[in-house]
Design a protein around this ligand. Structure first.
Ligand code: GUN
Length: 296
């Protein structure tokens, strides 16, 4: 097998394309309806990684012409007070999207908080109503990271129909929805989900035409787990010392795969781009509701 370097799937460039499109559509919505899409982000405590994520989300909103407000709460806030804030944002007509940055401090019940977000403002698409709609192929919002991966595959021209896609990881945020999107009609991949109890995970991964790693373990995917010519998508963002490292051994993988996402600069920027897309969608829901009220 000659060693040829894989095509690098440039998440930064693809995310910019998506963000520019959102910016154009945002201006159109504003000029048509006066509605400025507005994301309300909630940050509890001051976890450094969360601080960076939230700052990047705010910056991306402003650059694309969306409004963004950050609600900073002390790490010691109790469940009832946080729920009160979520309820206030739910009933604020000026707010279209609500994002509670995870992880929350351990004394808080994250699931109860996320379930309290109005499904029509749930731009993370974590609410079970939005999960159900997605599973049934009639999504309101798509979860940002899996949606970002789908967008990358689409814009890179990766064929999915009839291909074997293997997803490593079964989280509610990435693994499970990723598999659900790959199997949907029109995408038509044959999907396998691997996890910590999968027998001979290497052998399963080696059968993948599209391999998606979302395990959260640095360099978990070794070169010998990749089928020559496979498309490798690395969702991992692991901090190792000062460096960010993916779930894939990039150096080994890039001489075996046909295309691969780098870390950083791969899936990461896509997540934020899709969040902007969802916030625009949420604002459009409000526009549609007010149009419907006007015509009835
Ligand atoms: N923490 C890490 N990723 C995410 C995300 O996509 N959404 C939220 N709310 N918190 C996160």
């Amino acid at each position: 097998m000659p060693i040829v370097s894989a095509q690098i799937i440039d998440g930064k460039a693809i995310a910019e394309t998506v963000r520019n499109q959102v910016a154009v559509e945002t201006q159109r919505l504003i000029s048509e309806s006066g509605i400025i899409p507005h994301l309300a982000a909630v940050l509890v405590g001051n976890d450094p990684a969360s601080e960076v994520y939230v700052r990047n989300k705010e910056r991306a909103c402003h650059k694309a012409g969306l409004k963004s407000t950050l609600h900073r709460l002390d790490a010691t806030i109790n469940q009832a007070k946080l729920l009160t804030l979520v309820h206030a944002l739910n009933s604020d007509p000026d707010v279209h999207g609500i994002l509670v940055q995870l992880p929350l401090p351990k004394h808080l019940d994250s699931m109860q908080i996320l379930d309290a977000i109005a499904p029509t403002k749930d731009v993370d698409a974590f609410h079970p109503e939005n999960t159900g709609l997605m599973l049934q192929g009639r999504p309101r919002f798509l979860p940002c990271t899996p949606a970002g991966v789908m967008k990358m595959l689409e814009l890179t021209g990766v064929r999915t129909a009839g291909k074997h896609a293997v997803v490593i990881g079964r989280s509610d945020i990435v693994g499970k929805p990723m598999a659900a999107l790959l199997v949907q009609k029109g995408i038509d991949a044959t999907v396998t989900i691997c996890h910590s109890r999968t027998a001979d995970i290497g052998a399963v991964c080696r059968t993948a035409d599209i391999l998606i790693a979302a395990v959260g373990i640095p360099k978990f995917v070794k070169g010998d787990m990749i089928k020559p010519g496979a498309v490798v998508i690395d969702v991992g963002i692991n901090r190792v010392g000062e460096r960010l490292v993916g779930d894939v051994d990039y150096a080994a993988a890039s001489s075996i795969a046909s295309a691969i996402t780098p870390v950083p600069g791969g899936v990461g920027p896509m997540t934020i781009a899709m969040l902007l897309q969802n916030t625009l969608t949420a604002a459009r829901l409000v526009q549609k509701r007010s149009q419907a009220a006007f015509t009835h």
